[in-house]
Design a protein around this ligand. Structure first.
Ligand code: COA
Length: 187
C-alpha cells in the first residue's frame, strides 16, 4: 500500500501538474466531446502556464494549489481553489453567495477511486476555512461522468449555464458546499 501525501504545489511540480491535468481530461472526455476540445493545449504549454503563475507569484493571492503525491511514483493528483472572476457565474445571487471556487481537481487515471480526490478537496477546504470562508462552489460539465463524485461529497446542485468549449456548446453544472467543515474529515 502506498501512502498518499497532500502538500502545497510548487514551481518544480509544473510538468507533473500539466501531465495529470491533460491525462485526466483526455481520459474523462475522449468520445464525449469533439477532439478539438481535448487537444487545444500541450503538456509543454500547460507546464509553461503553471510555471509562469508560480514565478510571478499570482498563485499566492487567495489561490490554493495542492498536489497528491506518492513517494515512489510522483504527483498523482492536483486541486486548486481560487477567487473567481466576477463574470464567470451568470447568476449573480449565486456568484455573490459563493466567492470561492474549486477551479481544478484532477486525479491521475491510474489512481482514481482510491480516496485521492476526497483528500485533495479536504486540503482545499482546510485552507479556505483558515481564511474564514465557510462555503465553496464548483462547476462540473454535464458531459463529465464523474459528477457522482461531487454528489458523494455532499455537494448541492444550484444551477447550470452554457459553457463554450472550443466552440462546442457544453453545459456547466453549478454545485456548492454550504459547510466546508463537513469536507475536512479526509485530511
Ligand atoms: C473526479 C475525480 C477528481 C474523483 O477523484 P477520485 O480520487 O477518483 O475520487 P475518490 O476516490 O476520492 O472518491 C470519493 C467518493 O466519490 C465516489 N466517486 C468518485 N468518482 C466517482 C464516479 N465516477 N462515479 C461514482 N462515484 C464516484 C467514490 O466512490 C467515493 O465514494 P465513497 O467514499 O462513498 O466510496 C477523479 O475521478 C478525476 O480526476 N477524474 C477526471 C477529471 C475530472 O473529472 N475532474 C473533475 C473536473 S470538475
Amino acid at each position: 500500500m502506498h501512502p498518499i501525501t497532500i502538500r502545497p504545489a510548487r514551481f518544480e511540480d509544473r510538468y507533473a501538474l500539466a501531465r495529470v491535468l491533460i491525462d485526466a481530461t483526455l481520459t474523462t472526455f475522449r468520445g464525449r466531446v469533439p477532439d478539438r476540445c481535448l487537444y487545444s493545449l500541450t503538456v509543454e504549454e500547460s507546464a509553461t502556464n503553471w510555471g509562469r503563475n508560480f514565478k510571478d507569484d499570482t498563485l499566492s493571492d487567495g489561490q490554493y494549489p495542492f498536489v497528491a503525491e506518492v513517494a515512489s511514483v510522483d504527483v498523482i493528483g492536483l486541486a486548486m481553489a481560487g477567487r473567481r472572476s466576477t463574470d464567470s457565474i451568470l447568476d449573480q445571487q449565486i456568484a455573490q453567495s459563493y466567492p470561492r471556487e474549486l477551479v481544478t481537481l484532477q486525479v491521475d487515471p491510474a489512481w482514481q477511486r482510491r480516496g485521492v480526490g476526497r483528500k485533495l478537496v479536504a486540503a482545499v477546504a482546510v485552507a479556505l476555512m483558515k481564511e474564514g470562508e465557510t462555503n465553496l462552489l464548483v462547476q462540473v460539465l454535464a458531459e463529465n461522468p464523474n459528477v457522482a463524485f461531487y454528489k458523494a461529497l455532499g455537494a448541492r446542485l444550484v444551477g447550470s449555464q452554457p459553457y463554450d468549449w472550443e466552440g462546442y456548446p457544453a453545459t456547466s453544472l453549478i454545485f456548492v458546499w454550504d459547510a466546508l467543515r463537513a469536507l475536512t474529515s479526509a485530511v
